[in-house]
Design a protein around this ligand. Structure first.
Ligand code: SF4
Ligand code: SF4
Length: 93
């Protein structure tokens, strides 16, 4: 099996043990989720609904693994506190 850490966020539709099926498409993303921790209530909905399971809990916050985040915005849509904004990637360059 290939490097498990690298492929840890593979979705259930692909084979995480095969590199050519790995979905680390972070460089393709046009928007990224930005979490406002002042509004976040740590419910974890963003992590539950993320289709590629790339939203990680770190201490008292959630952060997307940008190697795998697609920028789909589902986390932002599902957040009950509207604490996630989808920001254009070019804003971070
Ligand atoms: S869904 Fe929103 S409120 Fe809930 S943990 Fe994620 S960012 Fe925080
Ligand atoms: S934008 Fe999509 S892929 Fe990225 S963390 Fe949110 S739900 Fe997951």
């Amino acid at each position: 099996m290939a490097n498990n850490t690298y492929f840890k966020h593979e979705g259930p539709w692909s084979d995480a043990s095969k590199e050519f099926l790995c979905s680390d498409t972070g460089s393709w993303r046009t928007k990224r989720p930005l979490i406002d921790n002042d509004n976040c209530i740590y419910c974890g909905f963003c992590a539950i609904y993320c289709p590629v399971q790339c939203m990680e809990q770190l201490d008292n916050t959630f952060v997307p693994d940008l190697n795998f985040c697609k920028g789909c915005g589902i986390c932002a849509k599902e957040c009950p506190k509207n604490a996630i904004s989808m920001i254009l990637e070019r804003e971070f360059k």
